[in-house]
Design a protein around this ligand. Structure first.
Ligand code: SER
Length: 326
Protein backbone atom coordinates (compact mmCIF):
# COMPACT_ATOMS: atom_id res chain seq x y z
CA UNK A 1 0.00 0.00 0.00
CA UNK A 2 1.18 3.45 -0.83
CA UNK A 3 1.93 5.05 2.55
CA UNK A 4 -0.29 8.05 2.21
CA UNK A 5 -3.60 6.39 1.26
CA UNK A 6 -5.06 5.61 4.67
CA UNK A 7 -8.75 6.49 4.65
CA UNK A 8 -10.49 5.77 1.38
CA UNK A 9 -13.98 6.76 0.24
CA UNK A 10 -15.72 5.14 -2.74
CA UNK A 11 -18.61 6.95 -4.44
CA UNK A 12 -21.08 4.87 -6.47
CA UNK A 13 -20.15 1.87 -4.31
CA UNK A 14 -23.32 -0.03 -5.19
CA UNK A 15 -22.65 0.15 -8.92
CA UNK A 16 -21.27 -2.55 -11.20
CA UNK A 17 -17.63 -1.60 -10.62
CA UNK A 18 -17.97 0.18 -7.27
CA UNK A 19 -19.39 -2.89 -5.51
CA UNK A 20 -16.47 -5.16 -6.40
CA UNK A 21 -13.86 -2.40 -6.13
CA UNK A 22 -15.00 -1.60 -2.58
CA UNK A 23 -14.58 -5.24 -1.51
CA UNK A 24 -11.14 -5.43 -3.18
CA UNK A 25 -10.03 -2.21 -1.44
CA UNK A 26 -11.36 -3.47 1.91
CA UNK A 27 -9.31 -6.65 1.51
CA UNK A 28 -6.24 -4.67 0.62
CA UNK A 29 -6.36 -1.70 3.01
CA UNK A 30 -8.54 -2.98 5.87
CA UNK A 31 -12.34 -2.98 5.88
CA UNK A 32 -12.72 -0.10 8.37
CA UNK A 33 -10.50 2.13 6.22
CA UNK A 34 -12.70 1.92 3.12
CA UNK A 35 -15.96 3.87 3.34
CA UNK A 36 -18.59 2.87 0.80
CA UNK A 37 -21.07 5.53 -0.34
CA UNK A 38 -23.89 5.53 -2.85
CA UNK A 39 -26.93 7.64 -3.59
CA UNK A 40 -29.02 4.51 -3.01
CA UNK A 41 -29.72 3.45 0.56
CA UNK A 42 -30.02 -0.34 0.34
CA UNK A 43 -26.56 -1.93 -0.07
CA UNK A 44 -26.30 -5.69 -0.33
CA UNK A 45 -25.46 -7.43 2.98
CA UNK A 46 -21.84 -8.07 1.93
CA UNK A 47 -21.18 -4.37 1.32
CA UNK A 48 -23.23 -3.24 4.34
CA UNK A 49 -21.76 -5.63 6.88
CA UNK A 50 -18.10 -5.61 5.84
CA UNK A 51 -17.36 -1.92 6.60
CA UNK A 52 -18.81 1.60 6.80
CA UNK A 53 -21.61 2.57 4.38
CA UNK A 54 -23.36 5.93 3.92
CA UNK A 55 -25.94 7.24 1.52
CA UNK A 56 -24.27 10.20 -0.25
CA UNK A 57 -25.46 12.21 -3.24
CA UNK A 58 -22.31 13.46 -4.99
CA UNK A 59 -24.16 16.48 -6.37
CA UNK A 60 -24.53 17.74 -2.76
CA UNK A 61 -21.28 18.94 -1.15
CA UNK A 62 -22.77 18.91 2.37
CA UNK A 63 -23.68 15.25 2.11
CA UNK A 64 -20.19 14.37 0.80
CA UNK A 65 -18.30 16.59 3.25
CA UNK A 66 -19.98 15.12 6.32
CA UNK A 67 -18.62 11.65 5.56
CA UNK A 68 -15.20 12.98 4.54
CA UNK A 69 -14.89 14.80 7.88
CA UNK A 70 -16.18 11.93 9.97
CA UNK A 71 -13.71 9.44 8.50
CA UNK A 72 -10.81 11.79 7.86
CA UNK A 73 -10.85 10.75 4.19
CA UNK A 74 -7.62 11.30 2.23
CA UNK A 75 -8.39 9.34 -0.96
CA UNK A 76 -11.53 9.16 -3.13
CA UNK A 77 -12.39 6.61 -5.82
CA UNK A 78 -15.13 8.53 -7.62
CA UNK A 79 -17.19 5.82 -9.33
CA UNK A 80 -20.62 7.51 -9.27
CA UNK A 81 -21.75 8.36 -12.81
CA UNK A 82 -24.64 8.20 -15.24
CA UNK A 83 -23.65 5.93 -18.15
CA UNK A 84 -24.14 6.36 -21.88
CA UNK A 85 -27.58 4.86 -22.57
CA UNK A 86 -29.30 6.49 -19.58
CA UNK A 87 -27.36 9.67 -20.39
CA UNK A 88 -28.98 9.83 -23.85
CA UNK A 89 -32.42 9.41 -22.28
CA UNK A 90 -31.71 12.11 -19.69
CA UNK A 91 -28.79 14.32 -20.81
CA UNK A 92 -29.23 17.00 -18.13
CA UNK A 93 -29.18 14.46 -15.31
CA UNK A 94 -26.02 13.00 -16.88
CA UNK A 95 -24.43 16.47 -16.95
CA UNK A 96 -25.46 17.21 -13.36
CA UNK A 97 -24.18 13.96 -11.83
CA UNK A 98 -21.05 13.57 -13.96
CA UNK A 99 -19.90 17.20 -14.04
CA UNK A 100 -21.17 18.69 -10.77
CA UNK A 101 -20.46 15.46 -8.90
CA UNK A 102 -16.91 15.39 -10.23
CA UNK A 103 -16.35 19.08 -9.45
CA UNK A 104 -17.61 18.50 -5.90
CA UNK A 105 -15.17 15.63 -5.43
CA UNK A 106 -12.27 17.68 -6.84
CA UNK A 107 -13.11 20.74 -4.72
CA UNK A 108 -13.41 18.54 -1.63
CA UNK A 109 -9.97 17.15 -2.48
CA UNK A 110 -8.55 20.68 -2.29
CA UNK A 111 -10.47 21.68 0.86
CA UNK A 112 -9.54 18.53 2.76
CA UNK A 113 -5.99 18.35 1.38
CA UNK A 114 -6.43 14.87 -0.02
CA UNK A 115 -3.53 12.82 -1.25
CA UNK A 116 -5.25 11.19 -4.23
CA UNK A 117 -8.43 11.12 -6.30
CA UNK A 118 -9.26 8.43 -8.86
CA UNK A 119 -11.83 9.42 -11.48
CA UNK A 120 -12.58 6.83 -14.17
CA UNK A 121 -13.12 7.89 -17.74
CA UNK A 122 -14.35 5.80 -20.66
CA UNK A 123 -13.89 4.85 -24.30
CA UNK A 124 -16.94 7.10 -24.70
CA UNK A 125 -14.57 10.11 -24.86
CA UNK A 126 -13.94 9.07 -28.46
CA UNK A 127 -16.28 9.75 -31.35
CA UNK A 128 -16.85 9.06 -35.04
CA UNK A 129 -13.83 11.21 -36.04
CA UNK A 130 -11.41 9.21 -33.88
CA UNK A 131 -9.33 6.46 -35.55
CA UNK A 132 -11.41 3.32 -34.89
CA UNK A 133 -8.77 0.59 -34.82
CA UNK A 134 -6.01 0.56 -32.23
CA UNK A 135 -7.16 4.00 -31.07
CA UNK A 136 -4.17 5.96 -29.76
CA UNK A 137 -4.09 7.43 -26.25
CA UNK A 138 -3.67 11.00 -27.45
CA UNK A 139 -6.08 11.54 -30.32
CA UNK A 140 -9.26 13.32 -31.43
CA UNK A 141 -11.87 13.60 -28.63
CA UNK A 142 -15.15 14.60 -30.21
CA UNK A 143 -17.80 12.43 -28.57
CA UNK A 144 -21.41 12.50 -29.77
CA UNK A 145 -23.05 11.37 -26.50
CA UNK A 146 -23.67 13.46 -23.39
CA UNK A 147 -21.87 10.76 -21.39
CA UNK A 148 -18.82 11.18 -23.64
CA UNK A 149 -18.97 14.98 -23.35
CA UNK A 150 -18.98 14.75 -19.54
CA UNK A 151 -16.13 12.23 -19.55
CA UNK A 152 -13.94 14.47 -21.74
CA UNK A 153 -14.73 17.34 -19.34
CA UNK A 154 -13.86 15.11 -16.39
CA UNK A 155 -10.49 14.24 -17.90
CA UNK A 156 -9.67 17.86 -18.67
CA UNK A 157 -10.88 19.01 -15.23
CA UNK A 158 -8.77 16.36 -13.50
CA UNK A 159 -5.64 17.31 -15.44
CA UNK A 160 -6.35 20.98 -14.71
CA UNK A 161 -6.56 20.29 -10.97
CA UNK A 162 -3.22 18.45 -11.11
CA UNK A 163 -1.51 21.37 -12.81
CA UNK A 164 -3.31 24.29 -11.20
CA UNK A 165 -3.81 23.05 -7.63
CA UNK A 166 -1.24 20.27 -7.26
CA UNK A 167 -3.89 17.64 -6.46
CA UNK A 168 -2.92 14.08 -7.45
CA UNK A 169 -5.84 13.12 -9.72
CA UNK A 170 -5.70 9.96 -11.84
CA UNK A 171 -8.06 8.34 -14.30
CA UNK A 172 -8.34 5.61 -16.88
CA UNK A 173 -10.64 5.03 -19.84
CA UNK A 174 -12.57 1.88 -19.10
CA UNK A 175 -13.83 -0.17 -22.02
CA UNK A 176 -17.07 -2.14 -21.55
CA UNK A 177 -16.79 -3.98 -18.25
CA UNK A 178 -18.10 -7.53 -17.89
CA UNK A 179 -18.82 -9.03 -14.47
CA UNK A 180 -20.92 -11.60 -12.62
CA UNK A 181 -21.61 -9.84 -9.29
CA UNK A 182 -23.55 -6.59 -9.88
CA UNK A 183 -25.44 -5.86 -13.10
CA UNK A 184 -24.35 -2.74 -15.01
CA UNK A 185 -26.74 0.19 -15.00
CA UNK A 186 -27.63 1.87 -18.26
CA UNK A 187 -24.55 1.56 -20.45
CA UNK A 188 -24.25 0.71 -24.13
CA UNK A 189 -21.97 -2.26 -23.43
CA UNK A 190 -24.53 -3.85 -21.06
CA UNK A 191 -25.38 -6.45 -23.74
CA UNK A 192 -22.02 -8.13 -23.11
CA UNK A 193 -23.12 -8.86 -19.53
CA UNK A 194 -26.84 -9.55 -20.14
CA UNK A 195 -25.98 -12.17 -22.77
CA UNK A 196 -24.35 -14.41 -20.12
CA UNK A 197 -27.28 -14.11 -17.71
CA UNK A 198 -29.82 -14.91 -20.45
CA UNK A 199 -27.69 -17.77 -21.82
CA UNK A 200 -27.74 -19.41 -18.39
CA UNK A 201 -31.37 -18.56 -17.61
CA UNK A 202 -33.13 -19.09 -20.96
CA UNK A 203 -30.58 -20.42 -23.47
CA UNK A 204 -31.36 -17.46 -25.73
CA UNK A 205 -30.79 -13.70 -25.95
CA UNK A 206 -31.86 -10.80 -28.13
CA UNK A 207 -28.89 -8.48 -28.45
CA UNK A 208 -29.49 -4.74 -28.93
CA UNK A 209 -26.48 -4.18 -31.22
CA UNK A 210 -25.61 -5.77 -34.59
CA UNK A 211 -23.68 -9.02 -34.76
CA UNK A 212 -20.63 -7.29 -36.28
CA UNK A 213 -20.44 -4.58 -33.56
CA UNK A 214 -16.93 -4.82 -32.21
CA UNK A 215 -16.01 -2.94 -29.03
CA UNK A 216 -13.15 -3.00 -26.49
CA UNK A 217 -14.12 -4.96 -23.36
CA UNK A 218 -12.55 -6.00 -20.07
CA UNK A 219 -13.32 -8.60 -17.39
CA UNK A 220 -13.87 -7.30 -13.85
CA UNK A 221 -10.66 -8.76 -12.31
CA UNK A 222 -8.64 -6.76 -14.87
CA UNK A 223 -10.79 -3.69 -14.24
CA UNK A 224 -10.06 -3.84 -10.51
CA UNK A 225 -6.37 -4.52 -11.14
CA UNK A 226 -6.05 -1.61 -13.59
CA UNK A 227 -7.75 0.78 -11.16
CA UNK A 228 -5.64 -0.17 -8.15
CA UNK A 229 -2.41 -0.40 -10.21
CA UNK A 230 -2.93 3.16 -11.47
CA UNK A 231 -3.87 4.44 -7.99
CA UNK A 232 -0.65 2.98 -6.55
CA UNK A 233 1.64 3.97 -9.43
CA UNK A 234 4.67 6.15 -8.79
CA UNK A 235 3.53 9.73 -9.46
CA UNK A 236 6.93 10.73 -10.83
CA UNK A 237 6.53 8.24 -13.72
CA UNK A 238 3.18 9.68 -14.86
CA UNK A 239 3.27 12.01 -17.84
CA UNK A 240 -0.48 11.57 -18.30
CA UNK A 241 -2.92 11.75 -15.38
CA UNK A 242 -6.64 11.38 -16.08
CA UNK A 243 -6.79 9.90 -19.56
CA UNK A 244 -5.10 6.50 -19.83
CA UNK A 245 -6.36 4.04 -22.44
CA UNK A 246 -6.51 0.55 -20.92
CA UNK A 247 -6.93 -2.32 -23.35
CA UNK A 248 -7.75 -5.92 -22.65
CA UNK A 249 -9.83 -7.62 -25.35
CA UNK A 250 -11.99 -6.67 -28.34
CA UNK A 251 -14.68 -8.84 -29.86
CA UNK A 252 -17.87 -8.55 -31.89
CA UNK A 253 -21.27 -9.38 -30.42
CA UNK A 254 -21.30 -12.38 -32.79
CA UNK A 255 -17.94 -13.64 -31.50
CA UNK A 256 -19.22 -13.25 -27.94
CA UNK A 257 -22.25 -15.42 -28.75
CA UNK A 258 -19.94 -18.01 -30.37
CA UNK A 259 -17.75 -18.19 -27.27
CA UNK A 260 -20.87 -18.92 -25.17
CA UNK A 261 -22.02 -21.60 -27.67
CA UNK A 262 -18.81 -23.54 -27.00
CA UNK A 263 -20.23 -24.19 -23.51
CA UNK A 264 -23.98 -24.03 -24.20
CA UNK A 265 -24.37 -25.50 -27.74
CA UNK A 266 -28.13 -24.85 -27.90
CA UNK A 267 -27.65 -21.12 -27.10
CA UNK A 268 -29.43 -18.90 -29.63
CA UNK A 269 -28.66 -15.22 -30.11
CA UNK A 270 -30.75 -12.82 -32.19
CA UNK A 271 -29.64 -9.31 -33.06
CA UNK A 272 -32.16 -6.45 -33.01
CA UNK A 273 -30.32 -3.11 -32.84
CA UNK A 274 -31.97 -0.20 -31.01
CA UNK A 275 -30.88 3.40 -30.28
CA UNK A 276 -27.75 2.12 -28.58
CA UNK A 277 -26.35 0.90 -31.94
CA UNK A 278 -25.54 4.47 -32.91
CA UNK A 279 -23.67 5.01 -29.64
CA UNK A 280 -21.69 1.79 -30.12
CA UNK A 281 -20.88 2.77 -33.72
CA UNK A 282 -19.31 6.03 -32.51
CA UNK A 283 -16.79 4.22 -30.28
CA UNK A 284 -13.47 2.50 -31.13
CA UNK A 285 -13.21 -1.19 -32.01
CA UNK A 286 -9.85 -1.64 -30.33
CA UNK A 287 -7.57 0.38 -28.07
CA UNK A 288 -3.83 1.12 -28.04
CA UNK A 289 -2.81 1.10 -24.37
CA UNK A 290 0.95 1.47 -24.82
CA UNK A 291 0.98 4.69 -22.74
CA UNK A 292 -0.50 2.89 -19.68
CA UNK A 293 1.97 0.03 -20.22
CA UNK A 294 4.89 2.48 -20.34
CA UNK A 295 3.89 4.78 -17.45
CA UNK A 296 2.52 2.30 -14.89
CA UNK A 297 3.20 -1.19 -16.30
CA UNK A 298 -0.40 -2.00 -17.23
CA UNK A 299 -0.87 -5.59 -18.35
CA UNK A 300 -4.24 -7.35 -18.75
CA UNK A 301 -4.65 -11.01 -17.78
CA UNK A 302 -7.99 -12.18 -19.21
CA UNK A 303 -9.13 -13.08 -22.72
CA UNK A 304 -12.60 -13.81 -24.13
CA UNK A 305 -12.67 -17.60 -23.80
CA UNK A 306 -11.25 -17.66 -20.28
CA UNK A 307 -13.71 -14.96 -19.22
CA UNK A 308 -16.65 -16.84 -20.78
CA UNK A 309 -15.75 -20.03 -18.90
CA UNK A 310 -15.48 -18.13 -15.60
CA UNK A 311 -18.69 -16.12 -16.13
CA UNK A 312 -20.72 -19.22 -17.04
CA UNK A 313 -19.37 -21.19 -14.09
CA UNK A 314 -20.27 -18.42 -11.63
CA UNK A 315 -23.71 -17.69 -13.08
CA UNK A 316 -24.66 -21.37 -13.54
CA UNK A 317 -23.82 -22.04 -9.91
CA UNK A 318 -26.03 -19.15 -8.75
CA UNK A 319 -28.81 -20.15 -11.16
CA UNK A 320 -28.79 -23.69 -9.75
CA UNK A 321 -29.05 -22.23 -6.23
CA UNK A 322 -32.04 -20.15 -7.33
CA UNK A 323 -30.36 -16.74 -6.95
CA UNK A 324 -29.00 -15.82 -10.39
CA UNK A 325 -29.93 -12.17 -9.84
CA UNK A 326 -29.08 -12.29 -6.09
N1 SER B 1 -19.82 0.77 -20.34
C1 SER B 1 -19.98 2.18 -20.56
C2 SER B 1 -21.24 2.48 -21.26
O1 SER B 1 -21.67 1.67 -22.01
C3 SER B 1 -18.80 2.70 -21.35
O2 SER B 1 -17.97 3.41 -20.47
O3 SER B 1 -21.79 3.51 -21.09
Amino acid sequence: MSKEMKNILVTGAMGQIGSELTMALRNRYGAENVVATDKRTNPNPELRDSGPFYSVDVTQRTSLDAVIKKHNIDTIYHMAAILSAVGEKNPLLCWDVNINGTLNVLNAAIDFEMVRVIIPSSIAVFGPDTPKENTPNDTILRPTTMYGVTKVCGERLGDYFVKRFGIDVRGLRYPGIISAETLPGGGTTDYAVEIYYKAVEEGKYTCFVREDTRLPMMYMPDCIKSTIDLAEADFSRLKHHCDFNVGSMSFSAGELAESIKKHIPHFECKFEPDYRQQIADSWPSSIDDSVARAEWDWEPEWDLDRMTKDMLEKLTKRHNQGNLYK
